[in-house]
Ligand binder design. Sequence first.
Ligand SMILES: C[S@@+](CC[C@H](N)C(=O)[O-])C[C@H]1O[C@@H](n2cnc3c(N)ncnc32)[C@H](O)[C@@H]1O
Length: 280
Amino acid sequence: MKTPAELAAEQAAYWNGPGGQGWLASYARLERSLLDIGKTVLAMAAARTGERVIDIGCGNGGTTQALAAAVGPSGHVLGVDISEPLIGAARAHRVSNATFVVGNAATHPFEAASYDLVFSRFGVMFFGDPVAAFRNFQQALKPAGRLAFVCWRKPDENPWGLVPVRAAAPFLPPLPRPGPEDPGQYAFGDPARVERILKESGFSAISIEPLDVPIWMGADAAEVVANAGRFGPLARAFADATPEQIEKAKSAIATVLKPHESAAGVVLPGACWLVRASAG
Ligand SMILES: C[S@@+](CC[C@H](N)C(=O)[O-])C[C@H]1O[C@@H](n2cnc3c(N)ncnc32)[C@H](O)[C@@H]1O
């Protein structure tokens, strides 16, 4: 079994390498898919004028900018991400009341009892030792501080992710099969696990609510296929596949998505947890 340090090193290698590159290359499309979810979790977090906020796994800083606008010049947002290229892109936005650090949020030495809000949009599912990570966040919060994040539910509740991968898999080298508790996109799919992690790390008043949201995948099936393999599990499989295998996989994705085309584009169901908790 891998240690938390080994798991963190794997995540760092991925997000500083192909994961970070794929995220940046796909960001305009990803942001269109994630915008409504971001708005919902930002509304739930309700950052207020003058507050001090941490944005965990902030990526290239889309939500950090929104939080910085909400807290205003008298407040401050610290964006933390393990990926150097993504933090580079975040810093390029030059938000005056936000600073960014490259680091593992699980172990980053945050100033103790100093923050009002720990926030994340899909940035908290990648820790080798999640209890230690959330204890670190809990200790950074003031006693009246709060936690607000969004994470994905299980893969079978997220057809936008599962349908293309299932269609392509028979034509590709074996895809990674992470266990349900391994760090990754769906690691927080089980709400009982999320609750246990938060309780063990010292949070109280835990609320975990479902958010069902249609996910825009592209204007049509051809566009989704053209972008398939840029990011996520298919990117890893395409990297090891022959051109013939990739062609067959893309054709299978086109076939399975065609029936989902509409005037609004290709839209499949997505399912998240909206999670809130108090530090005290
Ligand atoms: C799915 S992306 C979300 C990015 C951003 N929150 C957004 O919604 O645009 C996940 C992010 O978590 C970051 N990440 C993964 N493990 C991390 C860790 N241990 N500490 C800090 N950031 C991490 C990745 O580099 C990546 O930017």
